[in-house]
Design a protein around this ligand. Sequence first.
Ligand SMILES: [Zn+2]
Length: 604
Amino acid sequence: MNNNVEEVKARLNIVDIVSEYVRLTKAGANWKGLCPFHHEKSPSFMVNEDKQIFHCFGCAKGGDVFTFVQEMESLEFREVLKMLADKAGVQLEQYKSEDTGNKKRILAALELATKFYETQLWKGMGKDKIMQYLHERGLTDKSIQKFRLGYAPNGWDNIIKFLTGRGFTIQEIAQTGLLVEKTADSNQNTANSNKNFYDRFRDRIMFPISDNMGNVIGYSARVAPGGDESQAKYVNTPETVVYHKSKVLYGLNHAKQDIKNKNYVLLVEGNMDVIASSQAGLGNVVAVSGTALTPDQILMLKRYTDNIAMLFDMDSAGQQAAEKSANLCFEKEMNVKVVALSDGKDAADVVQKDPSLLIKSVKESTSAMEYFFKNILGKYDSKSAEGKNNIAKDILEHVAHIENKIEKSSWIKKIAHELDVEENVINSVLKTVESSVVSSVKKQDQAEDQPAAFQKRADVIRDCLLGVIMSDGNIWKETFDKEKESEWVKNDSLISFVLESGPAANFSFDGLMLKIDDERAIEKLRKIYFDTKYRFTAEEITEQSQDDLRKMAGSYKAQYVKELQKERLHSIIREIEKAEQKGDKETLANLMSEFTKLSQETRD
Ligand SMILES: [Zn+2]
């Protein structure tokens, strides 16, 4: 029995798909290229056509065509499945998960809404006033089309009427974020409209926000010229099931190829800046939409490049945002430059005056650290002790975020030299600064991923065992038949999940992927699977034989069970101490006998 994942894999060639992103050349049995997941000058990224997998010797990333596309496009597993199934001409079965069906409906509604707004702009209510404004801002028809700008006319129920007329329920439309629910005391006069909701976007210029695949997932909506200026200048779609503002960058769907080609991304503040820059020939441009740059967004960008140039407004808010964003980028080891505009307040402004000025400014961008240092030096008297102290503190606030050790130490040298003080003085100031600057990224990382060193030994062995089980359907099935009721299986949720999903997944790894909704679990199991199933050397990829796998399974299981017993022993010791303190003789006796029994078992 085949499943959709296997079917898609059978019809596609990983070499073709990877070639859409990476230039591959034939090298023996493999194809080689520069790894798209880390920066390198000589190729260590390898694709094996025979086994339909890829592996990078530089950063150890690897997997199948699904892993590759998911990493490249930062999509969820099911989105990749849909995209590749389309490519392969595979009809996907309807999944039981209602979620996917619902998401599809929401995306379909948003696509129709975008068309509606476009029509309103080109032929409807926005034809004169709004078009004129966009042209005055310097946008060409081509850009307006490319970025699918639109106009939401004034009125409480335009989009409600339009979408309900196309067969969407009010609940579905509400989930797109296009509507606002009336509060109980609201007395908006909309008796003739649909009960409890009204249009969120009224008399606004619509900038659709797309995911990496180009699906519209939300909007940033600007108040129309001459519109109600008492309202917020920009209103954005709230968080919905498809729109997560911290995980989206405006323009990335258009920019990703150009970012890869030019090997840097230009980060600007607003939608208008993106369109203007793109129109000026800088296609590798994105903007954060109504938030500060987030760690998730940086990771998305890092898929395409390690180099970022920031072009923020020259006012103090813009410069503060640039500093904050730069610090986050330092933590993720990105090379950051700052573009300073000598003329005009933002990119859109400059392009309107003269597109070549923008290109010139971007060319002249300076390293962010140099830029900050120069500004800070200008703020204080570098001859006085107090001035030196302030300069050191301010610049070290940035240095504290630099993750790259070489860069960090070279900055310490430079600051010491510039201020004419000993390096160890700078280092000790840095220590105090670092203890107060607790990086948000670091905090988040630590909460989410325990460093490998802290992973319990039992968990390490469990992962090895899981890898073996998933690598071979027969071993999977044997383990399931024999062990599904065993204590050690029930003890761990990941093991019991994989074993118990076996029959439904037809004991195939691809089948299992379809049973998981949690993206982190998919990522984890995938890594375990590919790390176990294949052995990589520079010249070849070998698979473990079934015999070897069976032996490994036996040995890992024994080690795992023993490890669990040892853990139990440690906790018995703690319980014994407690029982002794309390003088609970009965519990103590039971614990002692369990302890004796277990310690004998673990010895042999
Ligand atoms: Zn790599």
